[in-house]
Ligand binder design. Structure first.
Ligand SMILES: Nc1ncnc2c1ncn2[C@@H]1O[C@H](COP(=O)(O)OP(=O)(O)OP(=O)(O)O)[C@@H](O)[C@H]1O
Ligand SMILES: [Mg+2]
Length: 233
């Protein structure tokens, strides 16, 4: 371990859903470091999405602690602006705004930045171009294919240069060529920006880009394969 703050520290995290009486996450402790890709694997219902949602502050933690770059969540610096800049979310279904064009969707993600309209437009175009969507920028989301939507969703997730990408089955609904394109792009981003990515998946094509594979069962991390040999739990 170096003495630089890890990007994220998760300590003894628990989540219980009273609705259904489910202990979805049990005593999970992990540390995520910059520049690394973590795959979260396990059978359906084992708690992957719940853990991602807790880490991404999309759901309330019952017990345990999350620290972002050393800062606990209760610190006032962890506000909505911090969240917008820290996290990049990618979901299994794109969650783009259907009536907007792909470009407008990306511009909407940049709306809180101190950018002029033309800077936002240029940034959106560059991000979409990087995802091979130059020719689709001005098409409405409902008029493009599923793979194109998912690529636009990746562009949107990267719009604010996030420190941590949280991806839940990001390639679950695309063909293997598109999947490979998405994975290559995300991997390049993480390595170039020295951000990190936690990616929930069933797919070994996805886990093949991971530096660390976390295996989850019944809400717990049961084993860790770390190709770099550093212990993250
Ligand atoms: N909002 C909720 N309310 C009640 N129970 C929930 C809720 N969300 C998830 N669960 C339950 O918590 C457990 C973990 O669900 P989760 O969605 O995290 O699993 P997962 O590993 O992501 O599964 P999959 O691979 O199918 O996406 C499951 O038993 C699920 O039914
Ligand atoms: Mg899930």
């Amino acid at each position: 371990m170096n003495n630089i703050q890890p990007l994220l520290q998760v300590s003894k995290l628990h989540k219980y859903y009273t609705d259904g009486n489910v202990r979805a996450v049990k005593d999970v402790s992990i540390t995520l470091e910059k520049g690394r890709i973590y795959a979260l694997m396990g059978s359906s219902g084992c708690g992957k999405s719940t853990l991602l949602n807790l880490i991404g502050q999309l759901d309330h933690v019952d017990r345990g602690e999350l620290k972002y770059q050393g800062l606990p969540t209760e610190k006032s610096t962890i506000n909505s602006q911090f969240r917008r800049q820290f996290f990049g979310y990618v979901f299994q279904f794109h969650h783009l705004i259907p009536v907007l064009t792909l470009r407008e969707n990306i511009e909407a993600a940049l709306i809180h930045n101190r950018m002029t309209t033309s800077e936002r437009r240029l940034r959106a175009e560059t991000l979409l171009q990087d995802m091979g969507l130059k020719h689709r920028m001005d098409s409405r989301t409902i008029k493009v294919s599923g793979g194109e939507r998912q690529r636009a969703a990746i562009a949107r997730a990267l719009a604010n240069n996030p420190s941590l990408i949280l991806a839940d089955e990001p390639t679950g609904n695309v063909d293997s060529k598109t999947s490979q394109m998405i994975l290559t792009h995300l991997q390049r981003y993480v390595k170039q920006q020295q951000s990190a990515m936690l990616i929930a998946t069933h797919d070994t094509q996805v886990s093949s880009i991971a530096d660390v594979v976390l295996h989850m069962k019944d809400g717990e991390i049961v084993s860790v394969d770390d190709v770099t040999g550093t212990n993250c739990v």
